[in-house]
Design a protein around this ligand. Structure first.
Ligand code: PHE
Length: 452
């Protein structure tokens, strides 16, 4: 089994794949609107702290479990703690990426629609005030967003069918730098828009009165979502990482690039929200209401420019979304292939279909099914809240408890330091974070969120 497992070709490929999983719609679509809902600067501070103090240790924990076991999530627990109920905890974390992918693909589909619209110059000259209506009509339509969700899901399945090293590596290497540059340009540009300054203030001047327990839980949830934590995605990728690679470097590389992407995306979106006269509390539509406005402004007088930038943007964001989505699908595929004897191809098709089906319900929850509520939320929001604020932190808790309290310290050290050759001095602090700080932090956020 060990020899047969595919491996990532180089250190760059490892970081590109992990960062490719981390950087996606979570940074560019989800982060700006969540921080808009929870009040800006103060939320960002908690989010940064959650990423570095809780997220990074969990990233290490997942990397350690994955590479040590060279298995899928369920198999990893079975291998490292044979005959214990830990494997059921591992199984739990396999369910969440499938749920996440279902609604993630719907948002991916929204980007597909915007790509087509940019290609056909549809946004050109659309007044700022009409864009929200346009978007509202689109997502509430009973068939159009399902069509684009289908296109996105089909692309995810196609890439995963291409195999680990071929499909995923190639994809990750290309898209990231291009998207990074583009977001940076948009961020700088959006600062020059009239009225944008209010947005900058919103991002930099903390208002701690808005920092409720719910906001802290949402910041933690966002950190988990953005870093792909607690769902076995990082664990599964780490199982393809060679013995000689440095898990500390891939961990920090992933966390830092993810953080930078998110912060720049916030500076690209929020100032433009103010400039366009929109509200930062507009929710999941925020990114899709602002982008056409920014692109139209950028191309004022030369409409072709706005379409070209817009097409380029949606192609790269779709690539980033795909590299995240394939890592979600890979978790379940690796499980079915390694543990249940499925052919990779069949596992991919089966799970892809399941995600598509649940995604259809999510998509319809913006239109015909908007009246159907679970615990007061529509299907889309219920799943998003369940996954990011509960299941992902729960998965993270399971992984850190496993590394900090179940595995022997000698094994953990051996894996993190590559047999005592790397990061030896750092290990004490990392172990402390994984054993105490991360689990206690997650439990505190859970409990206060439940009680308040
Ligand atoms: N981190 C991804 C993003 O920011 C989403 C993701 C969640 C990917 C869970 C894998 C697993 O878009």
């Amino acid at each position: 089994m060990e020899q047969k497992r595919e491996k990532f070709g180089s250190r760059f490929a490892v970081i590109a794949a992990m960062a490719g999983s981390a950087v996606g719609l979570g940074n560019i679509w989800r982060f700006p609107y969540i921080l808009g809902e929870y009040g800006g600067a103060a939320f960002i501070l908690v989010y940064i702290a959650a990423t570095l103090v809780l997220g990074l240790p969990i990233l290490y924990a997942e990397s350690i479990i994955g590479r040590r076991s060279r298995s899928d999530t369920f198999g990893a627990m079975k291998k490292l703690a044979p005959g214990t109920p830990w494997r059921w905890a591992g199984l739990l974390t396999i369910i969440s990426p499938i749920l996440i992918l279902s609604y993630y693909s719907v948002v991916g589909g929204w980007s597909v629609e915007y790509l087509f619209k940019s290609l056909s110059f549809d946004f050109m000259d659309m007044p700022a005030s009409e864009i929200p209506d346009f978007f509202g009509r689109f997502i509430s339509s009973p068939y159009q967003p399902i069509l684009t969700h289908t296109v996105f899901m089909a692309a995810v399945v196609a890439v995963v069918l291409g195999g680990v090293s071929k499909g995923i590596e190639k994809f990750s290497k290309l898209a990231m730098p291009a998207l990074f540059l583009l977001i940076l340009v948009i961020a700088v540009y959006s600062l020059t828009l009239p009225g944008a300054f209010a947005g900058v203030e919103y991002l930099l001047k903390p208002d701690f009165s808005r920092l409720t327990a719910g906001a802290c839980a949402a910041a933690l949830g966002q950190a988990f979502f953005s870093l792909s934590l607690g769902v076995g995605a990082i664990l599964t990728y780490a199982s393809y990482v060679k013995k000689e690679e440095d898990l500390h470097i891939s961990g920090v590389g992933t966390a830092v690039s993810d953080l930078i992407f998110a912060l720049i995306a916030a500076f690209a979106v929020i100032p433009s929200v103010f400039a366009a006269g929109l509200k930062p509390t507009d929710g999941p539509s925020l990114l899709f209401e602002t982008l056409p406005y920014i692109f139209n402004k950028m191309g004022e007088g030369v409409p072709l420019v706005s379409s070209v930038i817009s097409v380029f943007f949606f192609v790269t964001i779709l690539a980033a979304a795909l590299t995240s989505a394939i890592s979600m699908l890979e978790v379940g595929v690796a499980f079915l292939a390694d543990e249940k004897g499925f052919k990779r191809r069949n596992a991919t098709l089966l799970l892809g279909f399941l995600c598509w089906l649940v995604g259809v319900l999510c998509s319809l929850s913006f239109g015909p099914l908007s009246g159907v509520k679970i615990l007061g939320a529509t299907f889309f929001f219920f799943l998003d809240h369940l996954c990011s604020d509960w299941l992902m932190p729960m998965g993270g808790l399971i992984f850190t408890l496993f590394v900090g309290w179940k595995m022997s310290k000698a094994d953990v050290r051996d894996e993190f330091t590559n047999g005592g050759t790397k990061n030896v001095r750092l290990f004490g602090a990392v172990y402390f974070l994984m054993r105490y700080v991360a689990p206690v932090g997650i439990i505190v956020v859970f409990v206060t969120n439940l009680l308040m």
